[in-house]
Each structure stands twice: as C-alpha cells, then as structure tokens.
Design a protein around this ligand. Structure first.
Ligand code: RB5
Length: 150
C-alpha cells in the first residue's frame, strides 16, 4: 500500500520511528510532514494527507501532532476522509473494522513510541469488515457531507 504521513513540530522525533515501521510492513511512504526541528501548523499536513487519501494517490493516511486531535480535525474537512485520533490498539482495530477509517491520527505527546507503533501496525493490518450495518452507517456519514456541501 501507499501510506501518506504528515506531522507537525510536536512529532518530528516520533515520525521516523513510524515511517520505519510502515516500511517494514511492506508499504511505500508519501511524507508531507516536517523534519525534527522544523515547525508547521497542523492543519497544513492534515489537509495534505486528507487530499492524498481522498484522491486515491495514497491508500491510507497516518497523522501525528501533539494530541492527534487538531490534525485529525483538519483531515476530516476533506470530503471522503474518515480520520480518527486514537490512543489504544482496540480503537485502532475498530475504526478499520466498523468505520472503515482511512486516516489515523496519534498524539506524540500522549502515547509512547512502542504503543504508537502497535497502534499504527493494527490500523494498517486490519480490514473493513464489510458488514451491511457498518456500511449503512458510513453511508449516513457521507450523506451528512453531501447535505452540507463539503
Ligand atoms: C502544537 O503545539 C499542538 O497544538 C499540536 O501538535 C496538536 O496537539 C494540536 O491538536
């Protein structure tokens, strides 16, 4: 898979650890974040990753900021993006199985690097269940997007 990754200055140290993991799992990386020591406002990489996933240039997206929240909010403004800020592996699995989330966000100031790796590995290796009730609910989310003309 092609994985788009983006981060702000809170995550410059954690990002290379996550990139190594993503590559070890056999994926390609599109990195639109900043290097350690550089700064960027989190909506910028959030939108970039959202656009890459929504356009199909990337299969899934990974975002990292201080909490994971701000950057996920930005990505969710891109039509077709279902981004979730996650701090545990059970949620990382369920956002794929139930919500077909296409972007995950983690907080470099919230989770340690080992947990962050477990979360990202779980997200990338779990598929959407495809169950009708889950698809129906995802379709309702898309309906909201359409009705508000995003
Ligand atoms: C940056 O200082 C911080 O606000 C950002 O990384 C993130 O936590 C926002 O949600």
């Amino acid at each position: 898979m092609k994985i788009a990754i983006g981060n702000d200055h809170a995550a410059g140290e954690l990002k290379p650890v996550i990139i190594d993991l993503i590559k070890e799992l056999g994926n390609e990386i599109i990195d639109v974040g900043v290097a350690a020591g550089e700064a960027v406002d989190y909506p910028i990489p959030g939108e970039k990753v959202g656009r890459l996933v929504a356009s199909g240039e990337a299969d899934l997206g990974v975002l990292i900021c201080g909490t994971g929240v701000g950057i996920s909010l930005a990505a969710n403004k891109v039509k077709g993006i279902r981004a979730a800020a996650v701090s545990d592996t059970a949620t990382a699995r369920l956002i794929r199985e139930h919500n077909n989330a296409n972007v995950i966000a983690i907080g470099a100031r919230i989770v340690g690097s080992e947990l962050a790796k477990d979360i990202i590995k779980t997200f990338l290796t779990t598929d959407f269940s495809g169950e009708e009730r889950h698809q129906r609910r995802i379709d309702l989310i898309s309906d909201v997007e359409e009705r508000f003309g995003k």
